[in-house]
Design a protein around this ligand. Structure first.
Ligand SMILES: Cc1cc2nc3c(=O)[nH]c(=O)nc-3n(C[C@H](O)[C@H](O)[C@H](O)COP(=O)(O)OP(=O)(O)OC[C@H]3O[C@@H](n4cnc5c(N)ncnc54)[C@H](O)[C@@H]3O)c2cc1C
Length: 471
């Protein structure tokens, strides 16, 4: 759909422009096409205006203008959402990408992070003080979307979800009001924002708890032939059942990347990798995870200590901005042999050599938080799988999307009804959304009714309000 800037009232827009300090980008402007691009090259949306905010005052002005003009409103944090939820067709995008400051307080072990920051911004500042915030595993992923939707990283079993480490959240509501939500202020909102996504307002900053880790951590990246994976993933499953919280492990089905770091004949070979990180002393981690390097006969074993900053950027080259992505997820209450074999079999027929299937072992600190404590409901499932289809050529869209959907369907008999919204194309129906929020769904609707009764913020995994505004 092509956007039409004449759809916006000219006088009102000039008033808005006078109040707004950042850049307003519209169709026809030189920067329009780059400003509307998000990480997933499959997304091609045409907003009427992109409001690049320079601070809270700009966010208030943009929210107010969009409300008064009745414009569909999207919010862009890092722009990494696979479903392209940072953009909309024909409406206004509140773009926070210039608000990226990170301020660490090493005494209190906290960081104040603006909502346009990426995890790379956070890691760089926090590691300067030997600290980490438990964020995502690719450095240019946005802090905001990941945190509001939960957040699983390399230290998830030790420190829980990213949203579990949030202390306070600053946001601008649909009414244009600035609030700070915390355990003692606007507690209902604070509860909903930790897992309920971008439904309740525009977050301008987070404050996180930080933890001591690094500069080096022990990692396992042993690569085994996919032909042996049926037996080896069963062994991996037994290992993670008894693993200490410090170990966060993901069984990755993939192909050896086409990188000079790997000998030429090995590149492109299908593999199983028990990819793991130890959130503690390196020597302790080496001992605790040694078994993962001896599950079978490796093809190559690039395991070893790495700096935390190297670890947090090591997947970056495999997920460049502008390529084509179609990702889906499911939770599993147990990892049966049949489930394992279904994924391996699918990988042998995968149309893209870059696609990855990842089986994340969960539990640990994630499961110690009661599901009612925050809006993030699924605390119990021991595994979450993501099918991360990745390719470059638009002519290959159909076969990659179809393969992903077929595997997602094939995993249904082994899975719960819930999905992880942050790895989802936002095309599943109301029933999946309800099942995913589960027992927290009704409470989320109450918070939505209170803070966004007109559903101004609906370009997300939407919680629909049930009150009529003003009633
Ligand atoms: C390469 C890659 C790696 C990833 N790795 C991980 C990982 O390790 N762990 C994990 O859990 N997830 C991971 N994800 C998924 C990630 O959590 C989601 O894509 C998330 O939506 C990204 O956040 P963002 O701010 O970049 O997204 P955006 O596209 O900017 O926004 C996503 C959603 O959040 C809302 N939103 C964004 N900013 C705000 C704000 N300031 N206020 C209110 N709402 C807002 C938007 O409206 C939208 O609905 C990864 C994704 C990619 C593409």
């Amino acid at each position: 759909m092509k956007a039409d800037k004449t759809a916006i009232d000219g006088d009102a827009f000039e008033l808005f422009r006078a109040r707004f300090h950042g850049q307003l980008v519209q169709p026809g402007d030189a920067e329009y096409d780059s400003a509307r691009q998000v990480w997933n090259g499959m997304v091609d949306k045409h907003p009427a205006v992109i409001a690049r905010c320079t601070g809270v005052a700009d966010v208030v002005a943009a929210v107010t203008f969009a409300r008064e003009q009745g414009l569909l409103t999207a919010i862009r944090g890092g722009g990494h959402n696979v479903a392209g939820l940072a953009m909309c067709d024909g409406g206004l995008v509140i773009d926070l990408s210039e608000l990226r400051s990170v301020h660490v307080d090493p005494e209190r072990k906290t960081a104040r992070v603006e909502a346009g920051a990426t995890w790379g911004d956070v890691d760089r500042e926090t590691q300067t003080f030997g600290l980490i915030a438990p964020g995502g595993v690719v450095s240019d992923t946005g802090v905001a979307g990941l945190t509001l939707g939960g957040g699983y990283g390399h230290t998830r079993r030790k420190y829980g979800l990213t949203s579990d480490s949030v202390r306070t959240i600053d946001l601008v509501t649909a009414a244009g009001e600035f609030l700070t939500a915390s355990p003692t202020e606007h507690e209902d909102l604070f509860w909903a924002l930790r897992g309920g996504g971008g439904n309740f307002g525009v977050v301008t900053a987070f404050e996180f708890d930080l933890y001591e880790l690094g500069p080096e951590v022990m990692t396992v990246g042993t690569m085994y032939p996919l032909e042996d994976a049926s037996t080896l993933i069963r062994r991996w499953r037994d290992f993670v059942a008894d693993a200490v919280d410090e170990t966060s492990s993901t069984a990755v089905l993939w192909r050896i990347p086409d990188l000079t770091a790997f000998p030429e004949p090995l590149r492109g070979r299908p593999v199983f990798i028990p990819s793991s990180v130890y959130a503690g002393p390196v020597e302790e981690g080496a001992k605790a995870m040694q078994l993962l390097r001896e599950l079978g006969t490796p093809i190559v074993d690039p395991s070893g200590p790495q700096t935390y900053l190297e670890l947090q950027t090591k997947y970056d080259p495999f997920f460049p901005a502008g390529d084509r992505y179609y990702w889906k997820s499911r939770y599993l209450d147990d990892l049966s042999g049949e489930a394992i074999d279904t994924m391996i079999e699918a990988m042998t027929k995968c149309p893209s050599s870059r696609t990855m299937v990842a089986i994340r072992a969960l539990g640990g600190q994630i499961a110690r938080v009661d599901p009612s404590e925050t809006a993030f409901t699924n605390r119990d499932s021991p595994f979450m799988i993501s099918i991360d289809s990745t390719w470059t050529d638009p002519n290959e869209d159909d076969e990659n999307v179809q393969w992903t959907q077929e595997l997602w369907d094939a995993m249904a008999p082994y899975a719960t009804e819930q999905i992880y919204f942050n790895f989802d194309m936002n095309e599943t129906g109301e029933d999946v959304r309800r099942a995913t929020f589960g027992e927290n769904h009704e409470r989320l609707i109450e918070v939505k009714n209170k803070y966004d009764p007109e559903n101004r913020f609906r370009v997300n995994q939407n919680i629909r309000p049930t009150v009529k505004p003003g009633s």
